[in-house]
Design a binder for this molecule. Structure first.
Ligand SMILES: *Cc1c(COP(=O)(O)O)cnc(C)c1O
Length: 430
């Protein structure tokens, strides 16, 4: 596989950007080698600067549920941008996207559009604090909620701990407001509520944690969180930036039939353009400025071009059978991989839900918390990733990241991928 052009571009990029990238995981540090500079995408395929072609399972880390350069999305963007790209004034397109969402998702009543998932979560946390008049928040180790200060924390060694900052530049005093506990542990949550009675503004969770492996939670656990939050007048936030419109149009809330107090969205909602959203009941949302006293704003919020891309994409998602098709493709891929493997590999497991899948090198039946992931096993992923690239299959460059199936993946794509996988796995695990 030729890499010259990507290598040259990366050398240049390193002069301009820290690590040569504008978001750290893109630097390929955890798999080694040079990041591929992508030139073009169409459907489920991408091409790099050296003209290598790949079947893509990264999908821009989730947003591209229809695949690359979907004709409807592209046309919507073109038509809209012809009439101007931003006004800083309301447009009808915001209403249209809102209507599309609210009439098909009963878990939010009123929403606000922002420009990224990070911004959606940051705003949701401020809303929860403003609404409850409390300061502390509770998050789970292994859930990612974007890069705002109070959420860049990792757990300490106790059952209930204040976060240790996971990034320089985050003051100790900020993380003292963030309590961190393990996923799938009722006792830890109970203890946190006992220790910080009437101080916890919100519990925030990825109901389908998919940023640190795929840590599928028990429905009873999510139900437990719902109940303990209600009892304590604490708001439950579902961060559905990755699961929203991915696991179904109503995301994880709809999948588990659990009503959180606030939900955050991003990724798919913008059709590949930068859009985030948070939503709640009309009552809670009335705390947001200019109705209420929780300030939140954005120069490009509700950007018309991004709204039109979102409308085009979500319209496709609403078609009958859309999510069922994605799920059966995912199952087909995993079945094909298993059936291609010449010999049983005992410490290999594919976890999946809807169109999300994750490869874990483990003999555990289930992995529900971050500490159950064996960091040592990532050595297999390194080899797997490299061997898959050689065979024209592109996964996100980290073993902690999940893969995504999109509408544009064809049966042939999946058969080719499964063959590549079985070859690559035999090499990775020998
Ligand atoms: C991707 C993601 C975010 C951050 O969104 P950005 O658009 O990258 O800022 C937050 N929460 C979850 C669950 C995510 O998957």
């Amino acid at each position: 596989m030729k890499r010259e052009k990507s290598e040259l571009l990366f050398e240049k990029a390193k002069k301009y950007f820290p690590g040569g990238v504008n978001s750290p995981v893109r630097a390929f540090r955890s798999v080694g080698g040079t990041p591929l500079f992508i030139k073009k995408g169409k459907g489920a395929h991408i091409w790099d600067a050296d003209e290598n072609e790949f079947i893509d399972f990264c999908g821009s880390w989730g947003p591209l549920i229809l695949g690359h350069a979907n004709a409807n999305v592209v046309n919507a963007i073109k038509t809209t941008v012809e009439n101007g790209s931003s006004f800083g004034a309301p447009t009808q397109l915001e209403n249209e996207l809102a209507e599309l969402i609210l009439s098909n998702n009963k878990y939010v009543e009123k929403i606000r559009f922002v420009s990224s998932g990070t911004e959606a979560v940051m705003s949701a946390i401020r809303l929860a604090r403003g609404y409850t008049g409390r300061n502390k928040i509770l998050k789970f180790e292994g859930c990612y909620h974007g890069h705002s200060d109070s959420l860049l924390v990792k757990a300490g060694s106790g059952l209930v701990t204040f976060g240790n900052t996971s990034s320089a530049g985050v003051p100790e005093s900020f993380v003292n407001e963030t309590i961190v506990v393990s996923l799938n542990n009722e006792e830890a949550v109970k203890q946190a509520f006992a220790e910080f009675k009437d101080q916890i503004a919100c519990v925030i969770i990825e109901p389908i944690p998919a940023n640190n492996g795929l840590l599928l939670q028990r429905k009873e656990y999510l139900q437990f969180l719902r109940e303990i939050c209600t009892e304590n007048k604490t708001l439950l936030i579902f961060d559905e930036v990755i699961s929203g419109f991915r696991i179904g149009f109503e995301g994880a809330a709809g999948y588990y039939r659990i009503q959180p107090d606030i939900i955050t969205y991003g990724k798919i909602i913008g059709g590949g353009l930068p859009v985030g959203m948070y939503g709640s009941s009309a009552k809670i949302m009335s705390s947001i400025s200019p109705e209420g006293n929780v300030y939140q704003a954005g120069t490009l919020s509700g950007n018309p071009v991004a709204m039109s891309a979102g409308i085009a994409q979500l319209t496709e998602c609403l078609k009958k059978g859309f999510y069922e098709d994605l799920e059966s493709k995912t199952k087909f891929l995993i079945e094909q991989i298993y059936s291609n493997l010449k010999s049983e590999i005992s410490n290999l497991k594919f976890f999946s839900i809807g169109s999300i899948f994750w490869i874990a090198f483990t003999d555990k039946k289930e992995i529900r918390s971050a500490e159950e992931i064996d960091a040592e096993s990532m050595k297999y992923f390194r080899v797997l990733h490299k061997e898959l690239l050689e065979r024209g299959v592109y996964l996100g460059p980290s073993g902690y990241e999940v893969g995504f199936i999109c509408e544009a993946h064809t049966k042939d794509d999946l058969i080719i991928t499964a063959k590549a996988f079985s070859e690559a796995l035999h090499i990775a695990m020998k």
